[in-house]
Design a protein around this ligand. Sequence first.
Ligand code: SAH
Ligand code: SF4
Ligand code: F3S
Length: 495
Amino acid sequence: MADTKFSKVDFSKYFQPPSLKDARRRRREAVQIINDFSIPEDMNTIGKGKNYLIETYGCQMNEHDTEVMAGILEEIGYTETKEATDADVILLNTCAIRENAENKVFGHIGHLKTLKLERPGLILGVCGCMAQEEVVINKILAKHPQVDLIFGTHNIHRLPQLLKEALFGKEMVVEVWSKEGDIVENLPQARRGHFQAWVNIMYGCDKFCTYCIVPYTRGKERSRHPEEIIQEVRELARKGYKEITLLGQNVNAYGKDLPDMENYGLGNLMDEMRKIGIPRVRFTTSHPKDFDDHLIEVLGKGGNLCEHIHLPVQSGSSDVLKIMGRGYTRERYLDLFHKIKDTVPNASFTTDIIVGFPNETDEQFEETMSLVRECQFDGAFTFIYSPRAGTPAARMKDNIPMEVKKERLQRLNTLIDELSAKSNAKYQDQVVEVLVEGESRKNSEVLSGHTRTNKVVNFRGPKSLIGQLVKVKVTDAKTWSLDGEWQKEAEAANL
Ligand code: SAH
Ligand code: SF4
Ligand code: F3S
């Protein structure tokens, strides 16, 4: 049935297809702060007695966007369900960073077709970064008429209006703005955690690394006003949250775009965070180019600022970094790395690495291996380069066979495992502070959490510890996690 409804429609009348070319533009116009989130009157209680399910792919930014969409849906009466078969609205919050991320989503959209036939009233929506791509929209239009609603990353605050159109209209609703982006404040948020929270400090990215789709899907760099952020974090502290993570695609560019705040940067904001009574503050993701001395100095003061730095390097070869458009050399990265290491005692470091960038030679890959050895990273996310349509790197001729890339990735991963085990071994017999996040995934008898340096710790203890900061003595340092014993006495002594 959905197919016939679909085939009658001339979509060109209804929507402007998204355009990566438009999304690439950066003008000098001031960022609009939008405060006018609204719910149409007839939508106020539309979700009463109905369920929603949001499936999230991709980065923390998407995870947090999901919390906002959940907040909006709950405000109009919907209740969360974990079962697709119980859902009246299913949203797929998608990621476009690599081809396999996209394939996973298309596979899932395919599966949902059966469910849609069983539950014709079900609203099936696709949002997030993939929705910003014209090729994706065209593929959905051509092959997946079971989708009712597509909206982009700049259209989240319009969810009540779009859902209304999807519920009461006859056509597939598509609204994707290919624009630089605004800042929408005061949106509802249904936070998933009760003691850990994400706080957006900025949106978008202007770095345009030649392989990356994010600047096209998320718009330009735009910072929230520090007062808005401080207020949100204070409120979280008041509610008893123990840990916050400040979020942005390139958090080190924070503040650059703020009018009338010439020299205000991430260092200043982190200094403000130190004054707030919240035990742990993290931030992600850093870009080495914009990581300045003031921030290093502030991180060196410690306090509630956690000593874990995620500092993506991407490659150890200055020549590859240049073609990637990263804006730093191997030497500059290493200088920065050592400066942070010297100033922030006991800091742990993690990174992101792309293997097999077009025409990467064996020698260039070896430079990545040697940089990783020099930095002795605690962990790394490693990826095989994936061409993204519309980005400059996707137009480069690539003479490196996939087999070679896979082999390199394997060698790199073996080294990363070795280094992770080595860095964990340093924790043997030490007492560490752990924020207890819940039961371990593998064994419900065991509790699991992270150290300030972001190491996973598993130990036995009562469930009442969940959400608390506790002391644990490491008894067995493994490759990717630490096993330990809860120091009950140390806890009692602290009381
Ligand atoms: N803003 C962050 C991370 C963005 S995406 C940063 O700049 O570090 C997370 C990681 O995905 C990147 O660090 C990069 O390692 C990887 N990535 C991005 N585009 C990719 C592509 N086209 N192919 C493979 N990996 C990619
Ligand atoms: Fe992508 Fe580079 Fe921006 Fe990170 S800094 S989001 S890798 S363009
Ligand atoms: Fe993916 Fe978009 Fe994040 S492309 S990594 S979900 S910003």
